[in-house]
Design a protein around this ligand. Sequence first.
Ligand code: GCV
Length: 741
Amino acid sequence: MLAITAVGLFLPFRCAKHAGSRLTAAFRLVLVLVLALSGAGLAHAEDGYDLWLRYRPLPEAQAAAYRGHVAQLVLPAATPRQQAARDELLRGLGGLLGQTPPTSDAVSVDGAVVVGTPASSPTIARLRLDTRGLGHDGYLIRSAVIAGHPVTVVAAADDVGALYGAFHLLRLLQTGGSIAGLDLRETTRMKLRVLDHWDDLNGHVERGYAGNSIWGWQKLPDWLEPRYTDYARANASIGINGTVLNNVNANAAILTPPYLDKVKALAGVFRPYGIRVYLSVKFSAPIEIGGLKTADPLDPAVQRWWRAKADEIYALIPDFGGFLVKANSEGQPGPQDYGRTHADGANMLADAVAPHGGIVMWRAFVYSQANTDDRAKQAYTEFKPLDGKFRANVLLQVKNGPIDFQPREPFNPLFGAMPKTPLMMEFQVTKEYLGFATHLAYLGPLFEETLRADTMARGKGSTVARVIDGELDGHALTGIAGVANIGTDRDWSGSDFNQANWYAYGRLAWNPMLDARSIAEEWVRMTFSDDAAFVKPVVDMMMQSREAVVDYMTPLGLHHLMGKGHHYGPAPWDASGPRADWTPVYYHRADHDGIGFDRSSSGSNAVAQYAPPVAGTFNDLSKIPDAYLLWFHHVPWNYRMRSGRTLWDELVVHYTQGVDEVKQMRATWQRMDGRIDAERYRKAAVFLGIQEKEALWWRDASIAYFQSLNGLPLPAGYAPPQHPLSYYESLSFPFVPGYRP
Ligand code: GCV
């Protein structure tokens, strides 16, 4: 019965929107019954598994127009990577156009698609295209004429570039782009485009809201889940070329022989897709699994141990990427345990992997309980003096903001401050602080805001994007990392809309200058529908969504007001142990008279860590944008805002606006009913309902608490919190997903 219902609901849309043919009611009924009986109805339901690579049939008129341009595939399949490009094109074209073009060694018809490199394809070699400057990853897509036949050429210098070009061609078809008169050239300056999985060996994902880890360690290396290949396809389609398999809060066991065999098996699945594996390593591994008495990076025995470990790994996985390290932060061991610096630790590991071409990503997310200085300043204080002291194969991985992936933070002052060190961006794709799985928060605008921020470090235009893509300070080793939002949920990311964050991260990793709106548009067209009446309102809704979260959680520069440990929901009242810099009261500093963290020159002086023009803006109350006011300043509740309202009234307006924005998002989505499949429509509709409830919870709890301090009335027309403060304070959440106690 279930299957019949699901298929019955689903068919009217698919027939009308995709198959392009009008089925009679009788035929439709027969089809429903056949599908229901065979169980195929459920198997083909839109459950989000296919991500943006759905390749559902295009409307017939559109498919017919494209078919003439993809009448034949001329491409090599001699290596696994070439095979991957070929398989994807066959799968994609077959799905989109309803027929797979024949493959051939030479162009013999109009409308052939020729894919390859000068080395892999004699046809491409004969074209003598200028593939220099494309690097390993770049590609050209051109309309050309070969032997009198108009063709489309996807040419690269390396097989991986050809694979990326194949995905680009498919994207053009999926988004209704023209494939006539093409002359595209795509390159990337970002060498490492990496996903960081915070996956534990027991299957738990730290800050994961999409089920368990997708790595089935217990069944590896023998059983290779088909999902691994689909993961690799999805990543390759957006140019991601590295994956760190395990949590930065690392378990040393990942470096033991049984686990390295499992890692090798995964590396084998990913290799055809141009994806290298990396591992997070625990600094104390020489003690824990090596039997040494110390992990001191200057101890020759420790150095030997790491060199031998690197040799062992590379013997198994010759293209292993390298190590990611969280050291001396949040309880993790590190070089400072032995009185050594972060550079000493990073360099020791860098020396171990250097003979194999490996790299070390050393995290700058370092702050200490023992340090009573403003937490926002500690990473800069620690690392800035080490500029120029790292080996050439070390990247310093810096979170986008100085605290910790909050809904809004100013850019991290380390960007632009360490010209002699390659800085790698670390974004969080999983929504630890933006509503977990259910809140619709498209992170494209957050990523874009950071990448475009002007550090002014080398004059105007010294954007964060130009720092990390190496242009500003002339680095060839460049990289970007995103903390993955991927798990065993059928839809991979805990909601269909969360897939957009994975997608946007990858697209911006490839080209940090892309804009968030265009990326959202691409994604919506591929993931849901190319119907203009759907795309525009949904993209508008996505573009508004992150600001809505800022409004209902942490407006005007407030930050870190969530419940301790689990990070689910508001707890601005929390002043409990074990350490001050994990409590909301440390960050908002509200009392009867005012609110905000004074990081100006009269406070912690965190502003001084920015280049003078930026520091000048942040330091000056008359210049600072409202969005960062309470990040940098402590002001009275009756402080007069640019709007003419008092700060208190302005806060209440923002909190309320956040809830209203979610209501608008819900209303927009309700209008989309019937324009996409019922399954995905309904899930997003229900999730938006959850988001509205939780947005109201954030608003009301925050207002109730701050009002308990300042005793001020709400501005006229604004509803009081639904419950007394004591109600919000009484809530507890010991079992939220992703929690690490
Ligand atoms: C992996 C925050 C998160 C932790 C995370 C840490 C980090 O503190 O809450 O779960 O640990 O950042 O980035 O290392």
